[in-house]
Design a protein around this ligand. Sequence first.
Ligand SMILES: *Cc1c(COP(=O)(O)O)cnc(C)c1O
Length: 336
Amino acid sequence: MTTNPQARPAFGTVLADQMAIAHFRNGQWTAHEMRPTGPIEIHPAAHVLHYASTCFEGFKAYRWADGSVRVFRMDKHVERMRQSARLLVLPVPDAEQLSKMVLATIDRVRDQVPEPPGALYMRPMLYGTMPNIGAASAPSNEATLIVLASPVWDYFAGGMKPLRIYVEDEKHRTADHLGMVKTGGNYAAAMGPTLAARDAHKVDQVLFCPGGSVQETGAANFLLLRDKHILTRSLDSTFLHGVTRDSLLTMAREMGFKVEERVFDVAEMLEWVKTGEAALSGTAAVLAGVGTLVHRGREHRVGTGEVGPVTKQLRAALVAIQTGDAPDTHGWLTRV
Ligand SMILES: *Cc1c(COP(=O)(O)O)cnc(C)c1O
């Protein structure tokens, strides 16, 4: 029997039935416990509800043909979560404990990991629970850490449709010193401009280019590609340092690509896309091709307007490692 892939639930709408939870109190973390995924109790004065002291992570575990499950670059995501917590002055999760919570959650819901191109999307989250509404400029000395898991199916079930992107060259996605933090407030800040651009220009996403300098979209990094050549913004505090970005650049270098990481502006991007490709990178889609850029009321076709060959080639190469079809030469996968 064939199933209609388009009938699959949308990304993030299904949760695995178990989650791991731990608390920070009296200066230390409690041991985690597993419990059924469901509502949590929270004090209405909790720091997070007023002052947005929260961060999260997102990464995937894959079911291999031999039945084993492998998590992709868990250590890098754990480190990024710790960095987010540090920059938000939240209690920093212990790396070993957070890794244990991730592995314990995957182990408990092992039978709920879909086959490729599906995966189990992992969503650790951390939030400040100190009950004090006067603490606008004081950090939360209590916190909760939860690891949620969500079975996800083929991101491109409806086909690899080229994206339409609005180029925003004035508004910022978020504050410059928080761009590298995976925190709820950044998505709240980008929501208004993104919905306005969707309404006005029928685009899928907004590419933020404050002051004309190309940065990233609301939830994905941005790459320019062509034969054996990639250009992307160099790492700084203004945008999220994607693990997918890092993995793709590492692989591209090994495949003989010239990989340029530097600041570039909208004019250079528009010149590039006359003949080159553009794509968004992130855990959910890995690499999603851009077909059109909308800038100041003008439409710029990216290459042929379809998802380009270099985008497809790099995406396939990374997915092959994740799903066990190509050797994991970097030790990126942890067996669960
Ligand atoms: C999560 C995220 C990314 C992509 O990061 P990956 O580690 O590749 O999944 C890029 N930009 C923003 C703003 C993000 O939140």
